[in-house]
Design a protein around this ligand. Sequence first.
Ligand code: AMP
Length: 620
Amino acid sequence: MGKISIDIRNATLIKEDITVGIDLGTTNSLIAIVEGEKRLPVCLRDGGKAIVPSILHFADDGSILVGDAAREKLVSDPRNTIYSIKRLLGRSYSELSAHSGYYGYRIVEDESGASVRVEAKGRHYTPVELSALILAELKQKAEQALGKTVSKAVITVPAYFDDQQRQATRDAGKLAGLEVLRIVNEPTAASLAYGLGLSPDEVRTIAVYDLGGGTFDLSVLRLEKGVFEVLATRGDTYLGGDDIDRSIAQFWLETVPGAELLRNDSHAIQDLRLSAERAKKHFTGSTETWRHTLASGQAVFVLELSAEQLADICKPLIDKTLQITRAALKDANTKPDEVVLVGGSTRMPLVKEAVRSLFPEIPVRDNLDPDEVVALGASVEADILAGNRRDILLLDVTPLSLGIETMGGLMDVMIPRNSRIPCSAARQYTTSVDGQTRLQISVYQGERELCSENRLLGRFELQQIPAMPAGLPKVEVRFTLDADGILRVKAMELRSGVAQEIAMEQRGGLDDATVEKMLLESLQHARSDMDTRMLLEAQQEGKQLIYTAERFVVKNRGLLNEDEIARTSMLCNELEASIASGSKDEILHAVDRLNDYTRPFAERLMDQAVAIALKGKTIE
Ligand code: AMP
């Protein structure tokens, strides 16, 4: 009988772990690492290609194809081929339904109405699960390429992603078996890829113009002493190369004889979209008219696109990006020293020319591959977080104000829009009713004075506040916005130490267009919002006074005669009537009348208290 020998070296297999940077894109996703002595970032390649299309296909045999293999199914099986998943992340059905025609697959509302599900092969998937499948594919590819375990990652998101969308991205990473070290804004990552900020003496303002497949972002960055600070960010999640493709397809549907019949044929529409993309790319490097014959069923269509036609089609889309660029620079209140181009669509000569003409005097940098810069930068950040570099720090800003609902539904801003993150803010509140043991904390995001016009992020109740007279409890509400842009809200009654932290409700996210709309509306309604705020404040003051006056009468009957009690009650009724239907001034007059009448009562109470306190004592 032979002995079994165990090789010790095999038994102690060393697991080398590596931290990667991931650009989880709307159209394509990439993974990069930093390597070598010089700590240079590189994208990992598979058969020479760094890019994995962010597309999934659910096949008949139950298998799931990811990337290029799935992309091939866009035309033959559009119902079960899922693209642009990033647009669904952290969103509710109502936020997406306006764009539902955009998707070739079925999007359904989940039971709670809070998020969406995608239907494929009769099963429902969450956007987080779908994104996780793409991330898992990237992780697997990286492990194959490197022969090492990949378990930690930095993942990028558009600058305008809100809490829910960032959280959803983080969840997707976790589901794919990755520890997400940080969620980083794409333009910030791109600037890192350019090595900007690496020299400590560099002082510069940079505009990062990022036009990808599905989104546009513009960030204004300030670089100083190796520190990146995002001065402002603006964007639009429904503006990108995909929109250009759709506009070209739309142009053909309207102009090619007989093509309008294709409108209801989802296969043909996908075919047109792919042809449109090919036509668009043809003009990077050529000005010749593009021609192609498309067969659909029995019919044959001749598709044509000239350079002039492309320029006309793209103009409104490009103009929109320039408009957003100007607005972001206005937000930042500065002029850039240089512009960095990011995203596959910035390969288009039309885009480059437009940006150059907006900034004729400063360099427009486009020397890196615009598809790879975000992933490269994410890997630089991953390298920093892995402790390999200590010379860079990242700061960001929050795109919308964050606050809580106070009396009368008013928004009390805790962290104003464009505040640098990470940051924290705290404020004290109190109760308005005697013996109140609960306080509802509702957290909102937006620029309007009224919470009902803003977006509810979450709501919770601080319970078990020890019963005290109104105004005595001290409830500190603290907002902490971490480096990923994720908000945590804590409420604590300081006298008793009772505390509660918010578990944010999972609701849909905000797209950039909504952010823009919210900002615009806040400007348009600034005047009427202010009037509403003043009216609500007056109403609240009135209610509080009635409460105090009535409580006084109940507690101190002995100090007042019948007439005084009757008159106080009448003034309270008058005030109540003006709160119900009066103007701000009418309410404030009624407040003054009640205040003036009851003030001597309070003095009487004080005199009585002093008399009791002095009883039996002599004044020296
Ligand atoms: P991204 O989201 O950054 O990967 O960008 C992908 C987008 O860039 C898609 O809309 C592509 O059609 C577009 N794109 C890639 N290469 C080119 C090119 N050579 N010319 C025009 N658009 C391009």
